[in-house]
Structures are given as structure tokens and as C-alpha cells.
Design a protein around this ligand. Structure first.
Ligand code: DP6
Length: 318
């Protein structure tokens, strides 16, 4: 019996992943680019050899589909594994407006392979984490991370690669939580539905590499304006595929639009800030550290909660 514990941080995509070219392997239709976040993390312990498969999430025994996903994931590491116990805790509330599946599967990949006594390269860990949740393949690294589209059918070349470490650029991402309700449709289902029915989906795929190339250069040059504009462009194109799906998918709330309007108004006053959203109504605002306080004050009346986050570190075994 080996026990291993790992920590991984969530990430927010600046150039979005939306759509899969292979559903079972979580191979993306587009490349993406993200920022790994500080402060918040998932800590996961895997006990390789237990009486039965058992998942404890934030102190509670889980027996649902979520548990099945976790144990199927461990099967990828070793198809003839013993029963395992997995204990996972998020230090951030599930309603923090951040997807926890990215940090969860990155931490599980690290702790699981170590508990199984298998030696994986970081790249192989990223390929593995991707199979749990696509965005998890970016959470193995801190700072700025790309997820390569790849070409191979088995997905071995579709994984994260670090673009720049967290200390490369001191930046803030403000999360404005406008709703703590469960999302009406999972991102997994929504991606499939959009890919199948939106007439804009092909255009989304055709233009993603260019978005990524521009954003990559902006990160390397620490050019917040180009990065912010490109992030908003990628975000709005992603949502356009949802709006134009049949029937259409809506994740936004009135407060989402209100905050977008505030961000635009602040920009007119020369405050550099740009917004993005994921499969939900919560808004994330990219800005310089010196503007974060003012932005929080401006959006606060429309939020249940706000969090000011910076670039976070690599996932690690502890
Ligand atoms: C909108 O990684 O949660 O946040 O691969 O089905 O687990 P699965 O999806 P997931 O999707 C994230 C979508 C997004 C954009 C992004 O993070 O790039």
C-alpha cells in the first residue's frame, strides 16, 4: 500500500477550449492558453490498496457518477489496480466561480501515478490529466500554459506546455461571482451540442490557432492590451457558438452583462481591464495589480463575492 498526496491549482483559459474532436480521449477541437491561479488549490491523497474504492470529497463520501469518473481515471493508470481510497479537498468553495475539475484531475494524476509507483514525465501526466477533464492538462504547470491541439489519433501529442512561469508577469485575475447555482447544462454536454448544431462552430475552430498565436506573443511581450482584446475575442466567439446552437445555450445572468458594461466603461477611463467567462455566469477580469482595488469596488454591488487572484505555481507532490 502506497499513499501519495498532491496539490494542483485551478486555471482560467484566456484563449478558450470549447469542443472535442474525440470525446472519449478529451481531444480538443482547438488549442488553448490559460493562467494557473494562486491562492486556490485542490489537495488529493490516493491510497493505492484499500478495502474498496472510496471517494471522500471535502469530507463527504461520494457514490455518484463523480466517483465513477475518478475510479475509471485510476483504471487508466493501471487496469488491474487494487481498490483505492481517494481523499480530495478544495480550499475554495465550489461556488467560487472557478471550475474545480482542472485542479482536481491534475492533482489526481500526480497523486495517483505516484501512489501506483509509476514514473510519468510531466508531459505524460498532462496527457493523463486531460483524459479526466480537458482543462486539467493545463494545471500541471504554474503561470502561463498552452494546450497543444495535437494531430495524433491516440492523443499523445495533445497536452499542456509551459509558456512562461508565474513570476514572468505580475498580473491579476478578479473573479466576480454572480451566481452560486449549479449550471443548467454541463460544459461537456454543451460542447457536444454546440459542435453538432451551431453553424458558427467551424469558424470557431478555423480561427482558434490565430487567436492563440497572437495571445502567446502578447504574454511573452507582457502586452496586456493585446492579450485582453484577444481573450475577449476568443470568449465572445465561444459564446457565439452557444447562442447559435439549436436550441441555444445561455449561461449568463443579467449581472454578467452589467459587469461587462462596467469593464467597458472602466476601459474608456483608461483602466486596462478585460473580461472573460466560462461555462457559467461568473466574470473573470484580467488587469494590472494597481487597478484591481478600483475594479473590485466597481463590480462589487453586482456580485455575491469577489476574489483577486494572481499567477499560481506548478502542481506538486507533497
Ligand atoms: C469553458 O475542461 O471542464 O472552461 O474536458 O469536458 O472536462 P471537459 O471540459 P472542461 O471545459 C472547460 C471549458 C471552458 C474553457 C476552458 O477552460 O478552456
Amino acid at each position: 500500500m502506497i499513499t501519495s498526496t498532491a496539490i494542483a491549482h485551478p486555471n482560467i483559459a484566456l484563449i478558450k477550449y470549447w469542443g472535442k474532436r474525440d470525446i472519449s480521449l478529451n481531444l480538443p477541437s482547438v488549442p488553448s492558453l490559460s493562467l494557473t491561479l494562486s491562492q486556490f488549490y485542490t489537495q488529493t491523497t490516493v491510497v493505492w490498496g484499500a478495502k474498496q474504492d472510496q471517494l471522500i470529497l471535502n469530507g463527504e463520501r461520494i457514490r455518484s457518477l463523480e466517483a465513477q469518473k475518478v475510479f475509471q481515471f485510476l483504471d487508466i493508470i493501471d487496469g488491474s489496480r487494487p481498490p483505492c481510497k481517494v481523499i480530495s479537498e478544495n480550499n475554495f468553495p465550489t461556488a467560487a466561480g472557478l471550475a474545480s475539475s482542472a485542479s482536481a484531475f491534475a492533482a489526481l494524476a500526480l497523486a495517483g501515478t505516484s501512489a501506483a509507483d509509476k514514473d510519468y514525465s510531466l508531459q505524460a501526466l498532462s496527457v493523463l490529466a486531460r483524459q479526466g477533464s480537458g482543462s486539467a492538462c493545463r494545471s500541471l504547470w504554474g503561470g502561463w500554459v498552452e494546450w497543444l491541439h495535437g494531430d495524433k489519433e491516440n492523443g499523445s501529442d495533445s497536452h499542456g506546455i509551459p509558456l512562461a512561469p508565474p513570476e514572468h508577469w505580475d498580473i491579476r485575475l478578479i473573479v466576480g461571482v454572480v451566481s452560486d447555482q449549479k449550471k443548467p447544462i454541463s460544459s461537456r454536454k454543451a460542447m457536444k451540442h454546440t459542435a453538432n448544431t451551431s453553424p458558427f462552430f467551424q469558424a470557431w475552430c478555423d480561427t482558434a490557432q490565430e487567436d492563440l498565436d497572437i495571445a502567446r506573443l502578447a504574454v511573452l511581450n507582457k502586452d496586456i492590451q493585446t492579450l485582453g482584446e484577444q481573450m475577449e475575442h476568443s470568449t465572445m466567439k465561444m459564446f457565439s457558438t452557444m447562442f447559435s446552437a439549436k436550441p441555444s445555450i445561455h449561461y449568463w445572468k443579467p449581472q454578467t452583462l452589467k459587469i461587462l458594461e462596467i469593464v467597458e466603461t472602466l476601459r474608456q477611463k483608461n483602466i486596462s481591464c478585460w473580461a472573460t467567462m466560462d461555462a457559467g455566469p461568473n466574470v473573470k477580469i484580467l488587469c494590472s495589480p494597481e487597478h484591481s482595488h478600483m475594479i473590485v469596488e466597481a463590480i462589487k454591488p453586482h456580485c455575491l463575492k469577489t476574489h483577486v487572484l494572481s499567477a499560481g505555481p506548478d502542481a506538486k507532490l507533497i
